[in-house]
Design a protein around this ligand. Structure first.
Ligand SMILES: [Zn+2]
Ligand SMILES: [Zn+2]
Length: 342
């Protein structure tokens, strides 16, 4: 048997004993060593839903996962038992139009960890397709390997925006994903990266991670002026908040023909259509990622993004709730990590 932490209803997590899942054909079983908590986990804990994704039954949270391969199913030659891996937490149908076109993250039948009704990784063991267990080098800690998941979100967003040398980037929001977008933009050669946030402590964090400038987003006009003074108009905007005033500020700071990538999830927000049209902005949605785990692992292993520094607390599985509440208890908390196998 194994222990899992189950969200039975909002605000209520219990430890349960469950059968250890056996790997089927083409699958591997992973002993989970680190699971970093995501805003989406916290949202399910608080509300039992995120937009159209609604919990109708108990749900195991956690999707940012690393561990060690502990068993392999029939027909699996790699990764071998004992291999340390970052787990890409999605399994697609492999047959539909989106899968056939390589956009497996857009598969309508995608099974993604901790998204109802699919259980996540607040568990001692999980089973995934072998090709979703990506080997990591010794240079990466278990915590960094878990953070490959949100790093993949940032890398996918940077891909959408074609960030490269000489590009001026505005990152809207200095939460974990914003700080990862900042680091990825710098690693890809952006000439200047300004970061906005309403919280002074978050802006300080952005400075620590190399932001060219940070901007107080509490006031639209002074914020816009400060962005202009720091980087001019942005060639690329990575909007990581999903919050209306921040979206307004970020879009208005874009240069003509700039690309605006909407990374932050929110309810319905409005866009300043006059700005989008008059500047012919390219507005792109982004949903999770596809095909980026290997590149994210290479980038992290190269030392050009700092993942371990983002870990602000560690929790045993019994204290999954403490991990979920960490951000609420400490405004400087970035990533709480649960360690099921410890
Ligand atoms: Zn996440
Ligand atoms: Zn599919």
């Amino acid at each position: 048997m194994q222990r899992v932490a189950v969200l039975t209803e909002p605000d209520h997590v219990v430890l349960e004993d469950r059968e250890v899942p056996d790997p089927g054909p083409g699958q591997v079983q992973v002993a989970v060593r680190a699971v970093s908590v995501c805003g989406s986990d916290v949202h399910y804990y608080d509300h039992g839903r995120i937009g159209g994704f609604v919990m109708h039954a108990p749900l195991v949270l956690g999707h940012e996962t690393s561990g060690v391969v502990s068993a392999v199913g029939p027909g699996v030659s790699a990764p071998a038992v004992g291999t340390r891996v970052a787990v890409e937490p999605q399994t697609e149908c492999g047959r539909c139009e989106q899968c056939r076109r390589g956009r497996y993250h857009l598969c309508p039948d995608i099974a993604f960890f901790a998204t109802p009704p699919v259980d996540g990784s607040f568990a001692e063991y999980v089973v995934v397709p072998a090709h979703r267990a990506h080997p990591v080098p010794d240079a990466l800690t278990d915590e960094a390997a878990a953070l490959i998941e949100p790093l993949s979100v940032a890398l996918h967003a940077a891909d959408k925006a074609d960030i490269g040398p000489g590009i001026r980037v505005l990152v809207s929001g200095a939460g974990p994903v914003g700080l990862l977008c900042l680091q990825v933009a710098l690693a890809r050669g952006a000439s200047a990266v300004a970061v906005t946030d309403v919280m002074a402590l978050r802006r300080e964090a952005a400075t620590e991670y190399g932001a060219t400038a940070t901007v107080d987003a509490n006031d639209h006009e002074s914020g816009l002026a400060a962005i202009g003074a720091a980087i001019g108009q942005a060639d690329v905007v990575l909007e990581c908040t999903g919050v209306q005033p921040a979206v307004d500020l970020a879009v208005t700071a874009a240069a003509p023909a700039a690309t605006v990538v909407l990374v932050g999830t929110g309810a319905t927000v409005t866009l300043p259509l006059d700005v989008v049209q008059a500047r012919e902005l390219v507005v792109k949605g982004t949903f999770r990622y596809a095909h980026v785990y290997p590149a994210a692992i290479e980038l992290a292993a190269s030392g050009r993004v700092r993942l371990d520094d983002m870990v602000t607390s560690h929790h045993p599985l019994e204290d999954a709730v403490g991990a979920l509440l960490a951000a609420r208890r400490d405004p400087m908390a970035l990533k709480a990590v649960v360690h099921p196998a410890r």
